[in-house]
Write a protein that binds this ligand. Sequence first.
Ligand code: ZN
Length: 301
Amino acid sequence: MKKSLIKAVAAAALSVFSINLSASAHVTVAQNDDVIITTTELGNGLYMLEGRGGNIGISVGPDGVFMIDDQFGNIADKILAAVAEVTDQPVSYVLNTHWHGDHTGGNAAMAAEGATILSHDNVRKRLKQSLEVKGELETGASSLPVLTFSDTTTFFWNGHEIHVFHFPSAHTDGDALVHFRTANVMHLGDTLFAGLYPFIDLDSGGTVAGFIANLEAVAALADDETKIIPGHGPLSDKVTVLSTIEMLKEAQAAVKTLVDQGLSEDEIVAADPLAPWNEEFSWQFITGERMTRTLVRDLTN
Ligand SMILES: [Zn+2]
């Protein structure tokens, strides 16, 4: 896919919700009538589903569907229809890679279909907190994960060994990496925005150092054949992971030089230290300016 098209698709995927970066994330979902779900086969009963919001991964087989992330509630029927195109089995499990609404918005709908919702401990905490803030704890309770893990867990399902690892302080404080070991497929949630500046949610416990460290762990696990489902952007591989690490390290160093000189956040933005990377990585949701401010805040707070 051409770079400009990737950015347009990624922007469209995120355009229906906005996240208030200065406080806890507020997710506003618009109409999703025009969404089309695209299914990509990855072999061994694994598929990547792209619609609107975070990319979905599914394992289908005789045990039932194991789903990773579920986008938005108002497109759940479309997601289920796409799943029904490749299997007769129901959705048994949904694993949330983190708490953001474009990855967990379908939880209640999937639970209503009989799915068990799973996540890291911190994902459930943040989802519950968000329901409490909105006064929706009672009505929204069915959207909460009912099974959580703290560090790592393994599912033996559809003939796979599905290793799930917690990624501390990367995109948020509850990120899960999903590794289908023998199939050599990974779902990274939003610890990878393929070919794009990443959203590092400092207000939800994310850090730049953690984001980089976790991608380095992924690069160590992956080989040249590994298929990697990113949270946003097209199906990726180890090369995408390595180029993101390189960009983030260099961009962070460029910003740090200015922080060390005592410049304010606004002065650093004005100096445009990310100019060398903007053309390749900047996009509608995370522009060069927003990435710069994240890097400054991460270094100074
Ligand atoms: Zn996210």
